[in-house]
Design a protein around this ligand. Sequence first.
Ligand code: SF4
Length: 258
Amino acid sequence: MANASEGRAEETGEQDANGEAGPAVFFRVQHSAFGTTLGANKGAANFLDRIWMQAFSSYEHNVAEQTKDLPPLACRKGCGTCCRIQVVATAPEVLMVARYVRAMAEGFRKVGIDLPARLAAASVATPETSGTMALGRECPFLVDGICVIYPVRPLACRGYVSFNEEACVAALEGEADEVPVSESHRTVRALVQGALQSALRDAGHPWALYDLVGALRIALARSDAEAAFAAGTDVFEPAIIDHVSREEMARTFDRLKA
Ligand code: SF4
């Protein structure tokens, strides 16, 4: 059973008892839960941790509920085929990856993996260059087919899962446009991520989506990045990826909340 901060999985269904669309109800529950957490923990030392943990526990719990009857996924350890698309993330996700990279960098360096150097060498995606796997940009955190930031990987990575590895490889090689990804995972990810963004916006924190590589470089270069986020200053602005304009996103959030 989900707790209040996770929202209820069944509300992602088609309709609730009042005939409302399920995803909108789920969004509202998630939005409200994030808003409560943001308000209750404002100024607390673990402010960022609380938001981040809620985002991931909400996603993991609800996606588990929603995907019980789906066929087995093709995703497995050692397959990093899809880790060549642009990864977008919210500010709390970027900041937690930055913490992880700082904490783990020395340990990885001892086994020959230089995380800051890999990040510095990676190409930064832009709205114009983002797109399909055929573009072939490899995520700097993919090492021998394994994600080395797996515990803190963003929602975007968690929500992109496939039923067919061959189709993923074909897409990577430019021989197929479509990968049979799980729509259930994608939908839960989009709703949790959107609700988080909407609650951040209402609470006066940076709420855009950012290119993970570009924003991480900023987070690692600035020791005040977490404090700036808490104070409502967007230090990641140069890395914003607006697949959908923020005005349109804000209108959608307001409509869903109404
Ligand atoms: S962060 Fe990890 S899961 Fe996400 S694209 Fe990079 S290597 Fe893959």
